[in-house]
Design a protein around this ligand. Sequence first.
Ligand SMILES: [Zn+2]
Length: 458
Amino acid sequence: MNAAERYLTDHQDRFVDELLDFLRIPSISALPAHAGDVARAAGWVAARLVSAGLEHVQVIPTAGHPVVIGDWLHAPGKPTVMIYGHFDVQPVDPLHLWSSPPFEPAVRDGRVYARGASDDKGNMLAPILAIEALLQAEGALPVNLRVCFEGQEEIGSPQIPAFVAEHRAQLACDVVISADGGQWSESEPIILLGLRGGCGVQIDIRGAATDLHSGMYGGVIQNPIHALTALLATMRAPDGRILVEGFTDAVRPLSEADRAAIAAVPFDEGEYRAAIDVPALFGEPGFTPYERGWVRPTLEINGIWGGFQGDGIKTVLPNEAHAKITCRLVPDQDPTQIVQLLIDHVQRHAPPGVTTTVTPLRFTARPYLMPADHWVNQEVSAVLRELYGREPYHIRAGGSIPICMVLLEHLGVYTASFGFGLEDEGAHAPDEFFRLSSFAFGQRAYVALLRRLGARTA
Ligand SMILES: [Zn+2]
């Protein structure tokens, strides 16, 4: 055992106490009443970074919640690595479903129960402790290091693009390691390569100036709800294929290697169906469920409204109908271009006898894909192989983590995910917990990863 590893073992009780302290701060970014708590969490993180031995630690205000940065840049010729995480947490309701109060962390059976335990306080504290162990026990880090911890991830990081653009010099690095993530299971590691992007539109259809009597006008004028459903049916085929002209033109074809990597990820259709209680899976022909969920684009109607919805009947001819549609996008689709294709499609298929308008929604995220053979993925894979004794699955995620694209666009660097949360830990849900074994494991894993990255030259 090296000095840093021994330091981690010797100080584990203190580290757990510190995690509990951190978890007592109700840093809910979504609720304005907790803005002071988010700021308090930022201060806690900054103080913890200073005591770990990092330099130039600052809490930087934004128009929203603050960001904490710091660095240690004394490894000439070595790569500069930035560690990312977030100290804000999700709201806690419904409170009655918690077995113990969400901000009074409780340790039961080797797990700490509290809001933010897994997402992301336990995960983001692990690299800080790894850094402390290396600096205190060995006097130096194997790489140049920066940290960037934000307090607004759970509300979509609204001020982060501007923050990154304004602080390019203080964030400059060769690669980002995100401590906001997880593994497949306690025994199966993953490399997260890609995230889908997204965009959306709202469609509004108007007929007459007011609702009308269906006996007097029915059959004589167009019904906006029928017009809307006819229009929507032109956008996606009954078998799930997207019919919007040009929609999939930019989709990068899947290589045999991509398909093989996805096929290697365990999938049990029965379990999957049972977990969400659906009678059958559904999706674009010719693709497996993971392919549909990770590397194929989607077009989904998220909401549709109009007309009479009360008890009984109302023989009315409604005068308006509406739908909200969002898409998940994959490389190399561009959200702005896709929104234009949706607008063109709606205009081309606009039903007669009504007025159709289509408006972009305030939701755009570009898809993200990190090369599987990127040098950092090679090192992350090597560490995971050593720690787990098996090859990591190469997975992608169906959702979006906007910070990854922000860092790629503004700093030109990829973000590799290196976290130790597990899916059963109730992130965003009641009784969120983090395994203390994962907490300690994550610290050792970060020491191992930093050592490996330090064996590289910049
Ligand atoms: Zn998170």
